[in-house]
Design a protein. Structure first.
Length: 377
């Protein structure tokens, strides 16, 4: 009897594995394009040629920028190929198992496919994290809603859930503020999450969460509904380091029009700088030396850019505060129902999980992934 017929009703069904591997292969081919692997490999070769030149380190700012780009590209390529190699190994094992009619090997392959599906899902999530703040660390606030001790206990359950999620990803966390409940749980808590794309992932959790259960704090064992709000925002660096790339600056020279001695209107000593990305224009003509005017103009430009970026930063902070106010108690994103049935449902995507213990232990990637990918179950 063939393996396929012997296991037609089992999880290790050959046709099931074949379909799964085919689907994963198609997803990886799409991800190759979304990760721009071919373009990235070409750019990496260009960077290696640039960095191998003798005068590469003469311009420290430029060389630093190039090396940062190189590291980012290498990490992106490595991330894709690590999953692709995982797929190739499993596919090779599958082909061997079919040739040798090895049932035990199929069981091993099935486990590998399940692991690979998670890896591919993680890659798909990474492609959605392209927002300018997604790479930043996250600040998370949890506030207990109405419902007294029950809501405070729920807020504490959510706190543990996110801390366990971060721990699973080897992210670092730190409690910034903790306002304990009178009897149990927490009234409010603020903590930071430090890790790659921490904000990009956790932004999916902003909103109102709802718990339905038999309250352990109710002597009459009645069913209670309680709420807790979660707000996630990026940890913005307060420092503003103004770095001016010479390629972004248009330099014009012209003759001074004011007082300045015998050199006035006889040489192009005045300097005008136009910062192309922002459109900021500064000029200096108070020195006889064009070189000194240029230095002074750059100082003016740096000051103007500092003010420009400072205002942009304040605008971003205002947006964060506005978003925070928009999270109302009516905008429930997820329900955690522990009675009469044990089911957790995300109302935005329709994703439903029946293992509440694993969810409260930090296994929430399926919710996050569905939200980020815009998938509706």
């Amino acid at each position: 009897m063939s393996i396929a017929s012997a296991q037609s009703d089992s999880l290790f069904n050959v046709s099931f594995l074949e379909r799964s591997l085919k689907t994963l292969e198609e997803k990886l081919e799409k991800l190759r394009g979304r990760f721009e692997v071919d373009i990235s490999e070409k750019r990496l070769k260009e960077i290696e040629e640039i960095s191998s030149k003798e005068d590469f380190y003469k311009d420290i700012s430029y060389s630093k920028e190039i090396l940062i780009e190189k590291s980012a590209i290498e990490n992106k390529i490595k991330t894709f190929y690590s999953v692709y190699e995982e797929f190739k190994n499993i596919k090779d094992l599958y082909d061997i198992s079919i040739e040798e009619n090895d049932e035990k090997m199929l069981e091993e392959i099935f486990a590998g496919v399940k692991s690979l599906e998670k890896s591919v899902s993680s890659l798909e999530m990474d492609t959605t994290l392209s927002g300018k703040d997604d790479k930043l660390d996250a600040i998370v606030e949890i506030h207990a809603g109405s419902g007294g001790t029950e809501s405070m206990d729920f807020a504490n359950m959510l706190l543990r859930m996110y801390l366990r999620w971060a721990e699973r990803r080897k992210f670092k966390t730190a409690i910034m503020e903790f306002n304990a409940g009178e009897e149990a749980g927490v009234k409010s808590v603020t903590f930071t999450v430090h890790g790659k794309y921490a904000y990009g992932y956790l932004k999916a959790e902003s909103g109102v969460h709802r718990l339905v259960r038999i309250s352990p704090f109710d002597a009459n064992k009645r069913r209670h509904t309680s709420f807790a709000s979660v707000f996630v925002y990026p940890e913005i660096d307060d420092s503003i380091d103004v770095v001016i790339d010479e390629k972004d600056v248009k330099i014009d020279t012209y003759r001074s029009s004011g007082a300045g001695g015998q050199h006035v209107n006889t040489t192009d000593s005045a300097v005008r700088l136009t910062h192309i990305p922002t459109g900021i224009v500064v000029a200096c003509q108070n020195e006889r030396s064009q070189h000194k005017n240029k230095d002074s103009a750059y100082k003016l430009l740096r000051a103007r850019l500092y003010d420009y970026y400072k205002k942009k930063q304040e605008e971003e902070e205002d947006k964060v505060n506005k978003t925070k106010k928009e999270i109302s108690w009516g905008s429930q994103i997820r329900s955690y129902t522990l009675n009469p049935n044990r089911v957790i449902k995300d109302h935005r995507t329709g994703v439903t999980i029946y293992d509440d213990k694993s969810v409260f232990d930090g296994d929430i990637d399926e919710f996050i992934s569905a939200y980020l990918l815009g998938v509706r179950a």
